[in-house]
Design a protein around this ligand. Structure first.
Ligand code: G3P
Length: 228
């Protein structure tokens, strides 16, 4: 399962990549706005510059008319490159048309803002590479976010489409684990939930006890390196 960082903050992104080989970075207009940088392309270039080679960057168009979305997406790949670059297009009626046009032009598309199986299925048929259902936002609305993501995965795989579910909008590790157990191809996780995913407090506590016991017997600050 690919695990991506859903954030645009350079310090946080650098910190996450320093700790673990994540598979890429996703942004949306809200996430970019939180950086305070009024030049989103500058921010995306800076993000790309600190991302390890071969990892994927996803960034979203703002326009709402099909032709404008296509122009915007083409501009984005011109500036940011086509390789390992995914243009996020919300699955509105105009967005679906844009997904089809962009996919035919060989531009990688991530269909986003997915709140149902049918929009995801239609986006997959139109050629999207990733389908991003908003798991926690669905849970908040009283729907089953993980269940919907699994239904999308099942339908798309049954139809033989290339698209992978890119689960988005997570608030806890359980939601991510449920996706993993269902064989979902990828998830993107915001900083708060990602911190918790990579932190195993019980193991940290166990290590403290091991060290305390070892030092009590073998001497303070000692490790195996001190013995032959
Ligand atoms: O990528 C979409 C995702 O960022 C939405 O997450 O936390 O705003 O529900 P959230």
């Amino acid at each position: 399962m690919l695990i991506l960082i859903d954030d645009a903050d350079l310090t946080k992104i650098e910190g996450f990549f320093a700790k673990y080989p994540y598979d890429g970075v996703t942004t949306n207009p809200t996430i970019l706005s939180k950086t305070g940088n009024p030049d989103p392309m500058d921010q995306l270039k800076k993000i790309r510059a600190i991302m390890p080679e071969g990892t994927d960057l996803h960034a979203q168009v703002i326009s709402t008319e099909t032709d404008d979305m296509v122009r915007e997406a083409e501009h984005m790949v011109e500036v940011l490159g086509k390789e390992h670059m995914y243009i996020k297009v919300p699955v509105t009626a105009n967005g679906l048309k844009a997904i089809s046009i962009l996919s035919k032009k060989g531009i990688n598309v991530t269909a986003t803002a997915i709140y149902g199986v049918m929009p995801a299925f239609m986006a997959a048929k139109a050629g999207a590479k990733f389908l991003a259902p908003y798991v926690n936002r669905l849970d908040v609305l009283g729907y089953d976010g993980v269940g919907l993501a699994i239904d999308i995965h099942t339908a798309v795989k049954a139809a033989g489409y290339e698209a992978e579910v890119l689960g988005a909008s997570f608030k806890n590790s359980q939601q991510v684990l449920d996706m993993a157990k269902a064989g979902i191809g990828s998830v993107t996780i915001g900083s708060d939930a990602l911190e918790k995913l990579a932190y195993n407090g019980i193991a940290e506590e166990a290590v403290k006890v091991f060290i305390n016991d070892f030092e009590g017997c073998c001497g303070e600050g000692k490790t195996m390196l001190d013995f032959n």
